[in-house]
Design a protein. Structure first.
Length: 394
């Protein structure tokens, strides 16, 4: 199944998910039956392609941002488990290919952006670890079969003091006492995990002792472009909703070149910015795939920030241009507006992304990188290419 075809099946479920504040059982069946998990995780043992995962996240978000975030969270966690390389983690990736849902437990009430303030502990006791603490804002809480929980294995304020452990949802001592009521992404369950003397075997460790922060940071280099893709999908969905709305009004789209020329220019700016965001995101993802590496830190942050800020901007512009029809409760733009905001917050807030870019300033002094087939003389179209596409006017 291709991402675009799946998103057509998904679109009618989006308002239902939002209204019921939960995913419909139909969605979970569709994700399995239509082979989405296999498509996004890639072939067993093979490195997934970031550009393919971004294309899925974008297509799903244009139809239903909550579903996109569910799928993105699984792509992200599978990446951490693959990086950790331990047998229990790799076995879980195989289960995820078959649709087992997992959750990522890093954030705490007093440790969001500043991960090193984490208080949860994992203490070695014989041949097992005993985990105590609590986690906040954990996506898929109550829905996941396994959680990757980060906890302190040493007391010092150091990136080597934190490790990651797999904890089964049914583990004794694990509870989920509350869920958040959220502005957007309402179908995604987001809750607290409380770990009260939860005992896990030493084989639950993902990576080595003290690898937790390193694994988390490397995962973010992979997952930030994926959140960018969710933002881009929301921006695209909002723009398409606006276009449909104007088209359905008397005069249709021609009002944008006539009576409402000012709105027309605003819509043109949205088109330019969506195209620019796409170019940035897929350039970052394709180059990482070709090199077989993670995107550079600044690229991961730039694509996440640009696309998620764009999501917010496009939705706000679309609401302003669309007017009364756009803001009706239940109208797609109203939902996109609520869903867009969180893309600026999770996977590191956009302030934290800007900090990361400033700490890793790139140089642009090299030549622009063109793919071989694009290396034509500037200004001249490549042989056989028409100067404009049929149907387009200059
Ligand atoms: C819907 C949702 C789902 C989530 N899912 C998960 C999940 O599955 N697993 C998980 O572990 N976490 C999850 N999170 C948590 C998310 O990653 C955190 O909310 C995020 O990292 C920010 O942390 P915080 O909310 O504690 O804000 P804080 O870190 O307290 O930040 C508050 C404000 O201060 C700013 N700020 C903080 N430090 C700096 C700084 N150094 N420089 C400049 N500005 C700064 C921030 O940008 C922000 O505006 C989720 C959050 C949400 C909203």
């Amino acid at each position: 199944m291709q991402a675009q075809s799946f998103s057509r099946l998904l679109a009618p479920l989006a308002p239902v998910h939002d209204r019921h504040e939960s995913f419909s059982p139909t969605l979970l069946t569709l994700l399995k039956e239509q082979g989405v998990w296999l498509a996004v995780h890639g072939r067993a043992g093979a490195r997934p392609r970031l550009a393919v995962q971004c294309a899925w996240a974008e297509a799903l978000a244009a139809a239903c941002p909550a579903t996109a975030v569910l799928v993105q969270s699984q792509m992200t966690l599978a990446h951490t488990l693959a990086l950790g390389g331990t047998p229990s983690g790799l076995a879980l990736v195989e289960d995820m290919r078959r649709g087992v849902i997992t959750g990522w437990g890093l954030t705490e009430a007093e440790a969001g952006s500043d991960v090193l303030s984490m208080r949860s502990t994992a203490t070695l006791d014989g041949d097992s670890y005993v985990i105590n603490g609590s986690k906040r804002f954990i996506s898929n809480a109550g829905m996941a079969a396994q959680y990757l929980v980060f906890a302190r294995t040493a007391p010092e304020h150091s990136s080597r003091a934190i490790s990651g452990f797999l904890v089964a949802a049914g583990a004794e001592g694990l509870s989920i006492p509350r869920h958040e009521r959220k502005l957007g992404l309402r179908a995604c369950p987001t809750g607290d995990l409380v770990l009260d003397a939860v005992r896990v075997g030493a084989d639950a460790l993902v990576g080595g002792v003290g690898d937790g922060v390193g694994l988390a940071l490397k995962t973010l280099q992979w997952s930030r472009p994926l959140i960018g893709a969710v933002g881009l999908g929301i921006a695209r969905g909002a723009y398409e909703s606006l276009r449909d709305l104007i088209e359905s009004e008397p005069g249709g789209l021609s009002v944008l070149t006539g009576a409402r020329q000012d709105d027309g220019h605003r819509v043109a700016d949205l088109v330019i910015e969506i195209a620019a965001a796409r170019a940035l995101l897929y350039d970052v993802a394709r180059r990482a795939d070709e090199a077989g590496t993670l995107p550079a830190i600044w690229e991961a942050s730039a694509s996440k920030t640009f696309c998620s800020d764009l999501a917010m901007r496009v939705v706000c512009e679309a609401l302003a241009i669309g007017g009364r029809a756009a803001v009706k409760p239940g109208a797609p733009l109203e939902r996109y507006f609520r869903d867009a905001k969180v893309t600026q917050i999770f996977e590191g807030t956009n302030q934290i992304q800007r900090n990361a870019i400033v700490k890793n300033l790139p140089s642009f002094s090299g030549e622009a990188q063109l793919a071989p087939e694009q290396s034509t003389v500037l200004g001249k179209p490549a042989a056989g290419m028409p100067p404009t596409r049929p149907g387009e006017s200059p």
